[in-house]
Write a protein that binds this ligand. Sequence first.
Ligand code: HMG
Ligand code: MG
Length: 303
Amino acid sequence: MHLPSRVQLVEVGPRDGLQNEKQLISAATKIELVHRLQSAGLQEIEVTSYVSPKWVPQMADNAQVMCGITRKPGVRYSVLTPNLQGFEAALLSKPDEIVVFGAASEAFSQKNINCSIAESIERFAPVVAAARAAGIAVRGAMSCTVGCPYEGDIAPQQVGMLAARMKAIGVQRVDVADTIGVGTPLKVQRAIEATLAHFDVDHISGHFHDTYGQALVNTYAALELGVWNFQSSIAGLGGCPYAMGATGNVATEDVVYMLHGMGIATGIDMDRLIDAGVFISDALGRKPNARAATALLNKRHAP
Ligand code: HMG
Ligand code: MG
């Protein structure tokens, strides 16, 4: 088995994490979180989304947050854009990468972005073309690649079909997402293999929610296939407003602990990462939902 020697993490806490919080988090707190994440060594940060504020009120301060960040050279700042309206608004705050987000499940596509899979691809096509013409990188998130809250199990063929459509409109890399965290290692590997028919391994990212406690082992299963880009959320924040009961992404602290323990480099400073998790958890009035953070904080405070 040949595991990657280096992994690049995309920190999605400010977007996937905070989009799901009931209490309003100020733009200043979000900006400070991004600053702490970049000083911990994260090189890719998904900052916010340009979606309807009626659908996702937590992201209504998108422009304020994007414009308030002091950018660190070498860090890639990405934002979600579901349509041209979102892309045009996003353009003003100069993201390095935009993310179009579709689903391998028809029902989830309808609930999340109010259109069918085929319609979503038609909407994404001009967004992708405009982004690439403006020199902005394009990622495609593929939701429900193993299971859907409305349709149950999703066949790998559905994932392959979506990946092919994303590729055809010029998406450069894709996220294989387990939106509701129901996946187990072999199912996740089947979804990745279906994607590998259309994107090479350097252009695939794993995005695993941890609802059933499988996200870390699913990350390992993806590493076994050579995937070296993963999305994770500081302090395990998050979920999806259109996937009831789904919890946050795998916690960044837990993934980093596992990777460093396996001798896989991430460029991330664990102490600073934990401080970033404590910062946002304090703002939310709770403890970080990350086992490695809890353990290391206990050790820090031990007499
Ligand atoms: P729609 O209602 O079909 O859109 O929503 P519309 O074009 O008919 O427009 C209706 C209204 O929305 C209009 O306003 C538009 O101006 C406005 P009104 O005239 O009623 O005042 N509107 C917008 N406003 C701001 N930004 C925009 C925008 N577009 C239209 N871009 C839409 C379609 C996609 C906008 C809507 O369904 C939406 O915003 N959905 C939110 C989806 C979302 O953010 N989901 C969570 C992120 S995805 C996720 O978490 C999964 C992921 O993590 C991977 C995984 O885990 O699976 C990525
Ligand atoms: Mg997600």
